[in-house]
Design a protein around this ligand. Sequence first.
Ligand code: AMP
Length: 301
Amino acid sequence: MSVLVVGSVALDYLETPFGVMEQALGGSATFCSVAASYLTSDVRFVGIVGADFPQKHIDFLTKRGIDLLGLVREAEGKTFSWGGKYHDDMNTRDTLYTELGVFEHFHPVIPDAWKQSDFVLLGNIHPSLQMEVLEQIEQPKLVVCDTMNLWINISQKDLKKVLKRVDVLILNDEEARMLTDQRNLITAGNMLLRMGPRVAVIKKGEHGAVLMTRDTYFASPAFPLETVKDPTGAGDTFAGAFVGWLARTGDVSTANMRKAVVYGSVLASFCVEEFSIDGIRALGEEHIAERFSMFRKITTF
Ligand code: AMP
């Protein structure tokens, strides 16, 4: 089944205890769509880049089988850029800068042929743009939404309107606490479910992720890794793989969503092992299958 992904495309500046990378391919739509492309074949990409966006990145996304019909390539202006610096624990980071570039005047336009996409993944962008997407699509099977602390801080009203129309909300623990004003994550999760989504997935970085509905709870650890070089995009990668698995199977039951959480965790584990998109640039099916079965082993007792 088809997956429509909308979000940012970026040339990032990344600084971690392992080094620095400039002009690194990033953005929520990029990580989401690349991760989804490992699990399902019909991935549709909506975003915008400026004149400085290297052709090699377009070639890479195309090679991954991602349909770029919805990617606007502006003849002038700069691609969105985000700079981030990670602290020694790699769990916390500071945003050094956010340069909107061509993103400043971006309004997503969903090509007619994509308006009936089965799965919609609203990657992390301003909630008013996420709403513009929802207004263009017709009866999707499932809408999944990601967000970030920035929007909870500055556009909470818009975000709450979007939440009324999404099926699954994916966010991290800090964001869940901010959005609900609750310290306890279970209380926060239950409050999120009252805001609209029927499923809340709360990511906890190196401590894994939990999936909550009104009557079920599922917890997955993170894959035990010794090397974490750059966590950028791990959340987007998780969301992309989560939706990718649901689209591959066409099954949106909560039982299948548990597997989707594990696929999310598997792809995110590859993502953080290298800078930028490099950890998920060229995975084989066997790499994914191997870590998936390792998850079974480490969670069975
Ligand atoms: P994550 O580590 O999952 O939060 O995703 C990091 C990616 O999000 C980076 O590649 C950034 O380019 C992108 N990003 C950071 N801030 C924003 C923002 N305000 N809007 C859209 N994308 C952003």
